[in-house]
Design a protein around this ligand. Structure first.
Ligand SMILES: [Ca+2]
Ligand SMILES: [Ca+2]
Ligand SMILES: [Ca+2]
Length: 158
């Protein structure tokens, strides 16, 4: 296994204090969870509470066994059945991952959350709701300002 220093060498972002902290956390988590000491994490090592029957039910709602199973399958880039340090890092911090399967999964998850009426499509109202929440939370902007009121009025009419 490669060392702690190279933990982020192939991540989407360069080394920063945040990524270094995440790297340390991933390494510690791997060492703690790797019960058989093979340097990789199996699904049952990480989530021992789920049985094979739980996985077979394939419940893919957020936090269900099927949801975790799909996440671990996406992270298992070399299809070995276990997650090495790099794969485990992607599993724990999917937002930093370059793994295409993980990126596609994240996008699907975002769209699923945005799809309020669950018709598997995004209408303008759903999109404008997400935009509003994004502006409020991420940019910490005041939606009462005239410019945002103008845009929101346009989106509601569109
Ligand atoms: Ca192991
Ligand atoms: Ca693997
Ligand atoms: Ca919809």
């Amino acid at each position: 296994m490669k060392g702690r220093k190279s933990c982020w060498s192939n991540s989407a972002y360069s080394n920063s204090s945040t990524t270094t902290k995440r790297c340390r956390r991933t390494w510690r988590e791997l060492e703690f969870r790797d019960k058989d000491g093979d340097g990789a994490i199996s699904f049952s090592e990480y989530l021992p509470q789920f049985t094979n029957e739980d996985i077979e039910r394939n419940e893919t709602s957020h936090g269900e066994a099927g949801w975790w199973w799909h996440n671990s399958q996406n992270a298992d880039a070399d299809r070995s059945g276990t997650l090495n340090l790099y794969e485990f890092r992607d599993f724990m911090h999917p937002e930093d991952s370059r793994n295409e399967n993980i990126q596609r999964w994240l996008l699907r998850e975002k769209i699923r959350q945005m799809d309020v009426n669950k018709d598997h499509k995004l209408n303008r109202l759903e999109f404008s709701m997400v935009l509003t929440i994004y502006i409020k939370r991420t940019l910490n902007m005041n939606l009462e300002e005239p410019i945002f009121q103008h845009h929101l009025k346009y989106l509601r009419q569109a």
